[in-house]
Design a protein around this ligand. Structure first.
Ligand code: HEC
Length: 199
């Protein structure tokens, strides 16, 4: 009996310590994080697009966390400055990612602002980057004879449109691209250094 009580108490203590270390302390650390100045909340179209990003598993190949230059030359790769907690305040759930099969997308809106490029690249990555191993997402588009007046027709590189047909973006593709175009954390996060007095 004595041993069983010891076992139960030991299990409770281990669980309590683990919960404090992994849940309570991290929560206390981040609960007061304010949004970075310059960070805009997502629009409703961007939030829908974020849902499309999650549903299609983009996070399995793309991170959203440029690292400090001591760990990786992310700034030299053009992925932007190291991210800070305030950059993620509106990200629920966060999409930090852990695999970099493709480039980091935390600032893709700065690097690639073109809607035409994003739509075409999602329809067929290899039309833009020969040898790309990114999957194509043809079901975000529709192949038709003729577009309705409010539809967005893809401007694909020569040889990539289905013969005699056009490709139009479905609403999911348009929302996803709005989300990607909005990924811009190029605002400064640290106060500028005080100007040094002239020698
Ligand atoms: C199997 C891994 C994989 C998946 C899944 C994937 N990608 Fe990619 N992605 C890549 C690779 C590799 C590249 C680099 C080659 C290229 O540009 O096509 C890339 C490039 C990109 C680029 C251009 C980045 C740049 O710096 O030029 C964007 C934007 C992008 N992916 C968006 C997405 C989105 C949105 C999804 C989900 C719908 C997605 N990717 C899913 C592997 C992936």
């Amino acid at each position: 009996m004595d041993n069983e009580i010891k076992l139960a108490v030991g299990a409770m203590v281990s669980l309590g310590v683990a919960t404090a270390a992994l849940v309570v302390l991290p929560y206390i650390e981040v609960r007061d994080v304010k949004p970075a100045e310059g960070l805009k909340p997502y629009t409703s179209a961007q939030l829908r697009g974020r849902g499309v990003y999650v549903a299609n598993g983009c996070v399995y190949c793309h991170t959203q966390q440029p690292r400090d230059k001591r760990f990786a030359p992310d700034a030299e790769r053009g992925w932007g400055r190291v991210s800070v907690p305030g950059d993620y305040v509106y990200d629920r759930p966060h999409l930090l990612g852990s695999m970099r099969t493709g480039p980091d997308l935390f600032n893709i809106g700065v690097r690639q602002p073109s809607q035409d490029w994003h739509l075409g690249h999602l329809y067929q990555p290899r039309a833009y980057v020969p040898g790309s191993i990114m999957p194509a997402y043809p079901y975000l588009f529709e192949v038709k004879e003729k577009a309705e007046p409010d539809e967005v027709v893809l401007k694909l590189p020569p040889g990539h449109s289905p013969p005699g047909k056009i490709v139009v973006a479905r609403p999911e593709a348009l929302d996803l691209v709005k989300y990607l175009q909005g990924l811009d954390r190029s605002y400064p996060v640290l106060p500028p250094e005080p100007a040094r007095p002239a020698p």
